[in-house]
Design a protein around this ligand. Structure first.
Ligand SMILES: [Zn+2]
Length: 323
């Protein structure tokens, strides 16, 4: 009678905590993003993202070997092109740094999965994610360019195509385009739920992709909406997406959970540049314990329902997890 309940019994020792732990983070959950640039012999730190670098293509084979050695199964390749134009045609140029880096990574480490980010904002002079019609991004005129980009990346060796543009109908268009070229086993990881977020700031420095005018609110999602996220995810599943992504991660864990509950596809999150930069800045000031904060944050993403975590912390976190 009046017996006190004692949940603390299961927290009494590290062995007991290990036994009952519900969520276990692993290097196998991680994807490491890589930024490639034109030129040779380049490894330059990105100022707003300490510990992350711009690499020229000749540097990526060594990087790929290091990533694979840490047990990380995949990289996502972003790039700065040698030239930009109105429609972003360097996005599907097989001689661009992204395509050449993909081929170099697959040659160096065939088992390392290569994910190709498909968008046009890094390749257009105006920095928007599609073809412009006056100041409006023309959805249907943009689709063929996204398909060309996806096919060029598959041809360069990408295992997974990841469209991040938020145009309507692009998953079906890309699936059909890949299949028509024989890439039936190339997967699609859709940035299905991508918010118009302030957390992308440092990435835009890294990828030189800030829009020249306006913002991306006509195609990226309003941070206030979750029912709309469920619609976007459901449409992309219908259109043939194999993996559904929510981006950013930390401020949207409720969205991650709801999408997880309503779809049978694996869920990915993108732990974006602003989330990374805040942790690095606070750690550099000695205000937080970086290792603890990073592992806790990544665990929260997995607990919310993400199996795949795209993160700039991947290499460090993999090392901490295996220590
Ligand atoms: Zn874009």
């Amino acid at each position: 009678m009046n017996m006190i309940q004692r949940p603390r019994r299961l927290r009494i020792s590290s062995g007991m905590r290990d036994l009952v732990r519900e969520t276990e983070l692993s290097p196998r959950d991680f994807v490491y993003p890589i930024f490639v640039v034109p030129g040779e012999g380049i490894k330059e730190e990105i100022p707003s993202m300490p510990g992350c670098y711009h690499y020229s293509v000749d540097q990526v084979a060594d990087l790929a070997r290091e990533i694979a050695a840490r047990g990380i199964p995949a990289v996502e390749v972003f790039g700065l092109p040698a030239y930009k134009d109105e429609i972003g045609s360097s996005a599907w140029d097989m001689t661009s740094p992204v395509q050449r880096a993909m081929t170099a990574i697959k040659e160096a480490v065939p088992q390392l999965l290569v994910i190709g980010d498909v968008c046009l904002c890094q390749y257009t002079t105006h920095g928007h994610c599609g073809e412009l019609n006056d100041h409006y991004v023309d959805n249907d005129a943009t689709l063929p360019h996204l398909v060309q980009t996806a096919v060029s990346q598959a041809r360069a060796g990408a295992d997974i195509i990841a469209p991040s543009d938020m145009m309507d109908g692009r998953i079906a268009a890309i699936r059909a385009g890949l299949d028509a070229e024989g890439f039936v086993n190339t997967s699609i990881m859709s940035y299905a739920v991508k918010y118009a977020s302030g957390y992308y700031g440092p990435f835009r420095d890294a990828a030189d992709s800030a829009p020249a005018f306006g913002d991306r609110r006509q195609y990226q999602m309003d941070p206030a909406n979750v029912r709309e996220a469920l619609k976007e995810a459901a449409l992309d599943v219908q259109e043939g997406a194999d993996i559904i992504m929510v981006k950013p991660a930390l401020a949207y864990l409720d969205v991650v959970r709801q999408v997880y509950d309503r779809t049978d596809r694996p869920i990915a999150v993108y732990n974006v540049s602003g989330e990374y930069a805040m942790v690095k800045a606070a750690a550099a000031n000695g205000w937080i314990d970086e290792q603890r904060i990073v592992l806790e944050t990544l665990t929260s993403m997995k607990r919310a329902g993400a199996k795949i975590i795209i993160t700039y912390h991947a290499i460090d976190a993999a090392e901490w997890l295996s220590a």
